[in-house]
Ligand binder design. Structure first.
Ligand SMILES: [Zn+2]
Length: 286
């Protein structure tokens, strides 16, 4: 029996705008609606950034709070994951939403190049973000833009800096960072298994046209999958994705082809070691 596949939808990100694809949700109400459609399509984690009205990235905890409330109301049980990476260089404001106690938050634990800048994750900031996540009972998703980031996660876990077994996401295809490389991908998987155990869950994200390829690789290899407009705004070269849900449906089809069942939110929470929120438990009983 294979492990059901957790589908994460990265709804907005910090870069794509409505000029790139009008379906990119910007306002909190658009984000809640887009998340709800994606949840109904099979996504069980929402990875979220928030934006200002002019579409520039924001770290405003009030926006994160409104988003969390809307998702919890409309998508009971869905795992809410906030990004702490969206505003490189912004220092501790990147973690200003952690006291809201989302289920998870992304944690980039090392630096690397991005297309036009350095993605700065200095050690003192990484330690501080991890300590805030621990203090507020937030499970990190480790963003591995490089092999060293997986090794660093083992080091931080050994020091008691992370809640539970780290959930590692391989990010491939960001220009100037790790390209999409099958040998590296397989070595990443072996490294996760060696460092965290054969049952340790992992996930993969591909950027742009590589989103579909990384979904296929991860789902076939027993990992979990991330999709969504943050990473890719197209279904193919000529077609804009009409919604986040359309990209989720594409990942579900890949699961079907690979005989992987799509995880329910209960299964996703169990796989990741997350508790069931009270509101969702009430919904289950009803
Ligand atoms: Zn993100």
């Amino acid at each position: 029996m294979t492990t059901p596949c957790i589908i994460c939808v990265a709804i907005t990100g910090s870069l794509p705008t409505k000029a790139n694809n009008p379906a990119v949700p910007i306002s909190v109400s658009e984000q809640v609606e887009s998340t709800h459609e994606a949840f109904e399509a099979g996504a069980t984690i929402v990875h979220a950034h928030v934006r200002n009205d002019d579409e520039t990235p924001s770290s405003d905890p009030d926006k994160f709070a409104a988003l969390k409330e809307g998702i919890e109301r409309h998508c009971p049980g869905m795992i809410v994951q906030f990004s702490t990476g969206g505003r490189s260089g912004a220092g501790k404001t990147r973690g200003g939403m952690l006291p809201l106690r989302p289920d998870m938050a992304s944690l980039s634990i090392g630096s690397n190049n991005f297309p036009n800048r350095v993605y700065e994750n200095p050690p003192d900031l990484v330690d501080w973000l991890a300590s805030e996540m621990l203090a507020h009972d937030v499970k990190p998703e480790i963003e591995a833009f490089d092999l060293s980031h997986i090794l660093k996660a083992r080091d931080m876990a050994d020091k008691g800096q992370l809640k539970g077994t780290p959930y590692i996401q391989f990010v491939m295809g960001v220009k100037n960072a790790m390209p999409v490389d099958r040998d590296v991908f397989e070595y990443y998987i072996r490294t996760v298994h060696r460092l965290f155990g054969a049952d340790a869950p992992w996930c993969a994200a591909g950027i742009g046209a590589n989103q579909k390829l990384l979904n296929e690789w991860a789902i076939a290899a027993g990992g979990h999958a991330r999709t969504g407009l943050e990473d890719n705004v197209r279904l193919d070269r000529d077609t804009l994705a009409p919604s986040n849900a359309a990209l989720v449906r594409r990942a579900v089809e890949i699961c079907d082809r690979n005989n992987r069942r799509v995880a329910t939110w209960q299964e996703a929470r169990r796989i990741l070691g997350l508790s069931v929120p009270d509101d969702a438990r009430k919904g289950q009983a009803a």
